[in-house]
Design a protein around this ligand. Structure first.
Ligand SMILES: [Zn+2]
Length: 349
């Protein structure tokens, strides 16, 4: 069963009075904006974990004020396992600044042990991340707030420092403080929900390196007369063909022959043939038309007899590739006598 987290950024952007006083921030940043920044950080931070579901209960655009009852009903309908409400505190709400600082985490006045444990974990994690104990005498606090009373699950309301506090007000304008708060909440949720990190993403399988002589699958596409041709000389359908040349950084880097394809093609249009991918490279890379010389110990496949000296003195040509290790050779480029021999006795020249 997934661990269900209900979270919300307190208020909405238009809530009157909830803002940093002008003396600290000429923009008078709204409380919802600060709360939202933390909530976004939490949802982002939790993405590294698995085994949970999360619901956000305020309007993520900040435009609509969702009633507290809607938020807690939403959490209860969701079957939340914990409820976390993110707020920023105020000492006066009269536009003045105060010597008030520090994080406070509220739970309900009749909180059970499970709720108290959540409250302590959240507070400890927030302090570990922000070091903002400030001057709070009772940072673990209890109140009869709707948001901590109505959820059916352990619920906390975090006051992440004082908007009208001389030091806190400046501190919370910094993104760094918001991300510390978010990290603190993520750590607490992970701990309470016993969430496991997501396994690291698997590295993408390396495409098999294509070499001259490889049989490849051509997906169908343009064929070019040269590796750098501006326009295609034709468009061919799916085929199995052989790579007969590679121009590594050219726009159409593979020269392919076979299955109606004859010319240069784009890298994206070919893939290593699954039948040969991952197998050791063939020992021979002879292609029809290659000029070769037979070694003195060269023999015919059919008879096992040596290739006569007079034939070894002549250039031989590869007529066709028979199988890995053997080819049909002839002593004239096309035609005349021919026979199969082992490629290990042949040398291109
Ligand atoms: Zn608030």
């Amino acid at each position: 069963m997934a661990f269900r987290i209900a979270i919300n950024a307190g208020h909405y952007i238009g809530t009157p009075g909830r803002r940093i006083p002008k003396a600290i921030d000429k923009n008078q940043t709204r409380e919802w904006t600060l709360n939202n920044r933390v909530v976004l950080g939490v949802t982002q931070g939790l993405k590294a974990y698995q085994g949970y579901e999360i619901i956000r209960l305020d309007d993520p655009s900040g435009k609509k004020d969702l009633a507290l009852k809607e938020r807690t009903d939403g959490a209860n309908n969701f079957g939340a396992n914990i409820y976390v409400s993110v707020h920023h505190n105020a000492a006066g709400r009269d536009g003045n600044t105060y010597n008030a600082s520090g994080v406070v985490v509220y739970a309900h006045t009749s909180a059970d042990e499970k709720t108290k444990a959540l409250q302590k974990t959240v507070y400890d994690c927030l302090i570990a991340a922000t070091n903002n104990k400030g001057n709070r005498a009772s940072p673990i606090a209890y109140a009869d707030f709707h948001e901590v009373r109505e959820p059916n699950c352990p619920a906390v309301l975090c006051e992440c420092g004082f908007m009208d506090g001389i030091t806190d007000g400046k501190l919370m304008l910094k993104d760094k403080y918001a991300s510390q708060l978010a990290q603190g909440l993520v750590n607490a949720i992970v701990k309470v929900g016993k969430l496991k990190p997501k396994p690291p993403p698997k590295p993408p399988a390396k495409p098999a390196k294509i070499k001259v002589g490889d049989k490849v699958r051509f997906r169908g596409g343009n064929v070019y007369i040269s590796s750098t041709a501006k326009s295609a000389s034709g468009n061919k359908g799916k085929a199995t063909c052989q790579v007969t040349g590679i121009a590594p950084s050219a726009p159409h880097p593979y020269h392919c022959i076979g299955g109606g394809v004859y010319g240069w093609v784009n890298a994206a249009d070919i893939s290593a043939n699954p039948a040969t991918a991952g197998k050791p490279p063939p020992t021979d890379t002879f292609m029809p038309g290659d000029r070769v010389k037979a070694a003195s110990n060269a023999v015919w496949v059919s008879t096992g007899k040596p290739i006569p000296a007079w034939l070894r003195a002549l250039p031989l040509y590869i007529r066709s590739h028979v199988s890995n290790g053997t080819v049909v050779v002839s002593w004239k480029k096309w035609g005349a006598i021919s026979g199969r021999t082992y490629t290990k006795y042949l040398k291109k020249y």
